[in-house]
Ligand binder design. Structure first.
Ligand code: BTN
Length: 285
């Protein structure tokens, strides 16, 4: 979540102060993937409006199953609930992966949580520890937003659903940009101060672990991801406020998620259940 193109082709430090970063390159991503996942197709774009929008436009005329589109710059990146997603060229990772599930939309309520588990795991394996998940789709570190997930579903044939799975990660956000944002954010450079971030290698690892997780979800649903999600839950046992679609609010204590990925809230003797997409949740301080 940041603003403005900043990286030059030479990788020199820009006026906005971002660290130089090698450009995203298909060859480098494929080399890093190796044999790990030869079933993904990888496409690198310089600029698109939004990687999610681009794959949605292609679908269904073109088969986007297992197609990963990563963009150096998005001109109209989208977040959840109609928000913008702003990214820094050279200082972010913004990509979308198309996936077809032999399942109905009703079986995909836990999908964004499973994607969060996969991305957090890949970051962990790349040296970025203590990444937490905030229901339904935020990657956070020490209460600051590191990344987000936007999943858009469309029904295909009976019992089949196409998903466009978009992921945005802050890699290096200049202070000048962070200071302009209304939410507290962080980036990988801050999370793993001693870890050199190579976006091509990092993307390959995330893509590979994500593909494995999606195969698992296709076969077994959200159940195998529940315990790992609970382990990374940023809100568990904390007082929270739920904002309903009509603006009304409910207060309670976050009590994890159920086997379908619904958020559980305890309000005295009441136990309430909220499904992804209906509501937003924030910690009450
Ligand atoms: C959120 O936290 O609100 C979700 C943010 C998702 C951003 C990613 S960046 C790649 C893909 N393309 C988009 O336009 N959005 C997603």
């Amino acid at each position: 979540m940041a603003a403005g193109p900043i990286a030059s082709k030479s990788g020199r430090r820009s006026q906005s102060g971002a660290a130089p970063s090698p450009l995203l390159q298909r060859g480098a991503i494929l080399r890093a993937l190796g044999r790990a996942d030869a079933t993904l197709t990888i496409e690198v774009a310089d600029t698109v409006d939004s990687t999610n929008s681009e794959l949605l436009r292609r679908h269904p005329a073109t088969d986007v199953h297992r197609h990963l589109l990563v963009a150096e710059t998005q001109t109209a990146g989208r977040g959840r609930r109609g928000r913008n997603w702003l990214a820094v060229a050279g200082g972010s990772l913004t990509f979308s992966l198309g996936w077809r599930f032999e399942r109905t939309v009703a079986h995909l309520t836990g999908l964004s949580l499973a994607v969060g588990v996969a991305v957090a795991g890949a970051l962990d394996h790349s040296g970025f520890g203590d990444i937490e998940l905030k229901w339904p789709n935020d990657l956070v570190h020490q209460e600051r937003k590191l990344g987000g997930i936007l999943i858009e579903l469309s029904r295909e044939a009976i019992g089949t659903t196409a998903a466009i799975i978009g992921v945005g990660l802050n890699v290096h956000l200049p202070a000048s940009v962070r200071n302009k944002l209304s939410v507290a954010v962080t980036d990988l450079t801050s999370v793993g101060a001693t870890v050199a971030v190579d976006r091509n290698t990092l993307l390959a690892r995330i893509a590979s672990e994500l593909a494995t997780a999606l195969e698992r979800y296709s076969n077994q649903g959200f159940a195998p991801f529940v315990s790992e999600w609970q382990r990374r839950d940023a809100l568990v046992n904390q007082p929270v406020q739920i904002v309903l679609p009509d603006g009304k609010t409910i207060r309670g204590v976050a009590a994890g998620v159920d086997g379908a990925g619904a958020l559980l809230i305890e309000d005295g003797p009441r136990r309430l259940r909220f499904v992804n997409g209906e509501v937003s949740v924030r910690r009450v301080t």
